[in-house]
Ligand binder design. Structure first.
Ligand code: DAH
Length: 344
């Protein structure tokens, strides 16, 4: 019996030495150590042995079993390790691979300029108010001292929807709208940015839709010097501390007197260059003292309060500031144009 066990060991170890796969190893484990295997069979036959022989054969049988198990365990460990290695390799992430870029948007250059202007006026205690783009003839014209048949209406060719309703041609209708809302209370102090519409043919400096920022201040004792001081502070924050302003007489139906406001050229500092057409000055604003009729029509007493108003075009300011030569760039939404401002 001892010889059978030794032979079994030699045979098993021989076969195990030649094992070539996990599956073969599994088969050999069952073959030699399984319940129906030769070792079990031999151990079962031990009952027939004498009392002296039994422990000796038992020991040999255990040794053989242990030897076979040891080799199987060793091989199993190698297979497990190889398999783990394979899986890890398959799951390896190459952290040096460049990622897929996720495109990030940016604020439109026009909105950026509007936000900058808003910030300056917020800092001076103005609120920001928005109004409707579809407007009545009353707020867009009449309440601004532009009765029907007034020749100044021709300055702003309009998109009419009905006889009384149009796309607003300016943000100025926010003046009477806010005055009505505040019902004669002072101070009135707000700016109002928004889109406006005019029946213009689009070209490098005209767009049928563009933006404006309106401003209005009404209180007791507001004077032209308040207008000048406010606008000077504004342009210095927007264009730099050395900027100067110049007021030129002008005409708007809703202001009296009316002025056109120039800033000293921020490119050449007033020396004269291409940007300011060698004048040293650039026009950026319309403004004036609110016409007494306009105050009156919206419930304010021109004997008791006074005010100033101003209006500007963010496109023009953005074009000057960023050197943009065509207003249509702001509306064509060509990403090659827009991306140039992403970092500003
Ligand atoms: N609404 C005027 C325009 O579109 C701009 C303007 C000028 C607004 C003078 C004002 C102002 O408030 O005082 O041409």
């Amino acid at each position: 019996m001892k010889e059978r066990l030794e032979a079994l060991k030699v045979e098993a170890l021989g076969e195990l030495a030649a094992v070539g796969s996990q599956q073969e190893l599994n088969e050999l484990r069952i073959k030699y150590l399984g319940k129906k295997g030769p070792l079990t069979e031999i151990l079962r036959g031990m009952g027939a042995l004498s009392a002296e022989e039994r422990p000796i054969i038992g020991q040999v049988a255990n040794e053989v079993r242990a030897a076979i198990e040891a080799v199987i365990d060793e091989k199993q460990a190698a297979y497990t390790a190889a398999e783990t290695e394979l899986r890890l390799r398959a799951e390896t992430i190459d952290v040096t691979l460049p990622g897929r870029p996720a495109p990030v948007g940016a604020v439109h250059p026009l909105n950026k300029v509007i936000q900058e202007i808003e910030d300056v006026f917020l800092g001076m205690g103005f609120t920001i108010e928005e109004g409707p783009e579809v407007e009545t003839d009353y707020y867009n014209f009449e309440a601004l001292n532009l009765p029907k048949d007034h020749p100044a209406r021709d300055m702003q060719d309009s998109f009419y929807i009905t006889d009384e309703i149009l796309m607003r041609t300016q943000t100025s209708p926010m003046q009477p709208r806010m005055m009505e809302r505040l019902k004669g209370a002072v101070p009135v102090k707000f700016i109002s940015p928004g889109k406006v519409y005019r029946r213009d043919d689009d070209d490098a400096t005209h767009s049928h839709q563009f933006t404006q920022i309106e401003g209005l201040v009404i209180d007791k004792g507001i004077r032209m010097s308040d207008l000048k001081g406010t606008l000077l502070q504004f342009v210095r924050e927007l264009f730099g501390a050395k900027t100067e302003i110049r007021l030129r007489p002008s005409f708007f139906p809703f202001t009296e007197p009316s002025v056109e406001v120039d800033v000293s050229c921020f490119m050449c500092g007033g020396e004269g260059c291409r940007l300011c057409k060698h004048t040293g000055w650039i026009e950026i604003l319309g403004a004036g003292m609110v016409h007494p009729r306009v105050l009156e029509m919206s419930g304010y007493d021109p004997e008791k309060v006074s005010g100033f108003a101003f209006g500007m075009g963010p496109e023009r300011i953005a074009m000057l500031k960023y050197g943009v030569d065509d207003i249509r760039h702001f509306y064509n939404n060509d990403l090659r144009f827009l991306r140039q401002f992403a970092h500003l």
